[in-house]
Every structure is written in structure tokens, then in C-alpha cells.
Design a protein around this ligand. Structure first.
Ligand code: SF4
Length: 297
């Protein structure tokens, strides 16, 4: 299992927010920013967008596009990732938002950033606000907004096992409900530790997460994937169940399933690619996988 931010927690936040609207707000969405921000998963930007676009409230929005427009308009030299700068931009955005048609104004501003004031190619000659733009006057458009230099995102090698039982069923595990890809199903495995072979890592992870002994067989596929804060190479291997009763030690749940039943479980995109490879190989491996499980490196 590898750690990170919970992208799929959005769906659970949406459910919790809907529940809150029913329980605490009599089934009606709050119309003001403060009320909206009490809903799970709703931040200042989302609250501003809903309040202005859905309810016509004169409140600002500040997304990446709007930050770029304002930082160029003001020729802002401060780092826009800093809280102090963001607070300043929220204040500027709030001062400029009109009393009427705030939703249209906010949407126009976001679209201006998306279509005209683009990051690498701002179309200043087409821009309706160019005469107010300090960066346009000074020629500093491409230097704004100021951000700290990007850090190189780390890369991890991760192993996953398609663990077969003698009756032809495969073991799948549900990830813990909180955290990266929370609640989705996967072929169990995890990150390689320093000095480990992939087979060693897979055996260790399966023991730690589910309490099982396995034999690692031939490689199935390697999937490369980039998340927000890191990249992985996911090496999937066929494996064979040897002994032990599966326990949910570091997983939320597990199931022994037939290949044809995998589509009944929600899998992360990386594991969907493993399933695709399994289905592509179906005709070949169903007759040969179990006898051909020689231990790999
Ligand atoms: S003039 Fe250029 S830099 Fe300034 S807001 Fe318009 S597109 Fe952006």
C-alpha cells in the first residue's frame, strides 16, 4: 500500500455534504459562503462559485486562472503560493466583484484566464482588459504569477500480485477507506523497500497486508502512472496462493473472485489496466498460469 492524498474521497465528501444538506438545512443548499463552507469538501473557491453562479451573491472566486489574471494585472512580484499573497488576492477579487451578475463576472474572469490569459501564451492583443494590465505594460506577463521552483516529484516502484487459488479464483483487496484511492479495490501489493527484489517485496506485502504465503510467478505487465505528488511504476505479477487464511490486516476487505466477476468491483485506473491485460491473456494463461509459476527474481 502506498500513501498520499485522497482523490477519491471527493465522492465520499459529496455524499456527506448531501447528507448534511438534508439533515441540517432542510434539504436546501445554503446560499451564502459561510454556510456552504460548512459542507464537507467545500472550500472557499467552490463556495464562492456556488454562491455567485447559483445564487447571484456578490462574492469572489479565485482559482488558478483567476490568480494568473490578477497577478498579471497587478504585476504581482510576490509568490502566489504563499498564504499572505493568496489572502491579498482574495481581498482584491472581493473588492472588484460587482453587486449584480457576480456569477457571470466570475465565470468571465475564469474563462479569460483559460482562453486568453494563458500560462505560456497570453493573447494580450485580444485581451479586453489589456489597457489596465501592468504586466502587459511592462512586458512581464511570462514572469507572472511568481511561484517557487518546481520540486522533482518522487518515483516509486510498486508490486502487485494477481494471486490465484487452485479453483481459478483471484484474490483482490479493498484499500483502506481513508487516503489515496480510498475504498477502491486492487490487486494487493505495495512499495519496494531498499535492497528488495520485486518478488521479495510482493511476498512481504502480501504477508503484512493479508497474512498469506504466496509463490510469485511470471510478470504480467508494468503500468506507469503519475499522481499529483509522485509517480509510480506498478509491476504486476502472477502469483499462487500457498497457505494462510486471508485477514484484513492492512486492507479494508478482501474477496476471492472469478476473472469474469472483476467488473463488479470499482478498481483504480492502474488496476483496470492490469485487468485489461489479464483479459487479453485469458485464453493463454487460464491453461498455463498455475503450472508455470516459477519463482522470479
Ligand atoms: S493583457 Fe495579457 S497578461 Fe494582461 S490580463 Fe490580458 S492576457 Fe493577461
Amino acid at each position: 500500500m502506498w500513501e498520499g492524498l485522497g482523490y477519491y474521497s471527493r465522492a465520499r465528501n459529496l455524499h456527506a455534504a448531501a447528507q448534511m444538506i438534508v439533515d441540517d438545512y432542510g434539504g436546501r443548499l445554503p446560499e451564502d459562503v459561510a454556510g456552504l463552507m460548512k459542507l464537507k469538501g467545500v472550500g472557499r473557491y467552490t463556495a464562492g462559485a456556488i454562491a455567485s453562479i447559483a445564487f447571484g451573491r456578490p462574492v469572489p472566486v479565485l482559482d488558478g486562472n483567476v490568480i494568473r489574471v490578477f497577478s498579471r494585472l497587478l504585476d504581482l512580484k510576490e509568490d502566489v503560493t504563499k498564504t499572505q499573497t493568496k489572502n491579498y488576492l482574495w481581498q482584491v477579487a472581493g473588492d472588484l466583484v460587482p453587486e449584480h451578475r457576480a456569477g457571470d463576472y466570475n465565470q468571465a474572469l475564469m474563462e479569460l484566464g483559460q482562453t486568453v490569459c494563458q500560462p505560456a501564451t497570453p493573447h494580450c492583443h485580444l485581451c479586453p482588459i489589456s489597457r489596465y494590465c501592468l504586466a502587459w505594460t511592462k512586458g512581464t506577463q511570462l514572469e507572472r504569477p511568481v511561484r517557487p521552483p518546481r520540486r522533482k516529484i518522487p518515483h516509486y516502484d510498486v508490486c502487485a500480485g494477481v494471486i490465484w487459488r487452485e479453483d481459478g479464483r483471484i484474490l483482490i483487496a479493498q484499500r483502506p477507506l481513508e487516503g489515496l484511492l480510498g475504498g477502491l479495490w486492487e490487486f494487493p501489493g505495495g512499495k519496494l523497500q531498499a535492497g528488495e527484489t520485486r518478488a521479495d517485496a510482493l511476498r512481504r506485502e502480501i504477508k503484512e497486508e493479508l497474512g498469506l504465503e504466496i509463490v510469485v510467478g511470471r510478470p504480467l505487465v508494468t503500468i506507469k502512472h503519475t499522481y499529483t505528488h509522485f509517480r509510480i511504476s506498478l509491476h504486476a505479477y502472477h502469483a499462487q496462493y500457498v497457505s494462510g487464511k486471508p485477514q484484513n490486516i492492512e486492507v479494508a476487505n478482501h474477496a476471492w473472485v472469478r476473472l469474469d466477476d472483476l467488473d463488479q468491483y470499482p478498481f483504480a485506473v492502474t488496476d483496470q489496466k492490469i485487468i485489461k491485460r489479464l483479459l487479453d491473456e485469458k485464453g493463454v494463461f487460464q491453461s498455463s498460469i498455475l503450472p508455470s509459476l516459477a519463482v522470479t527474481s
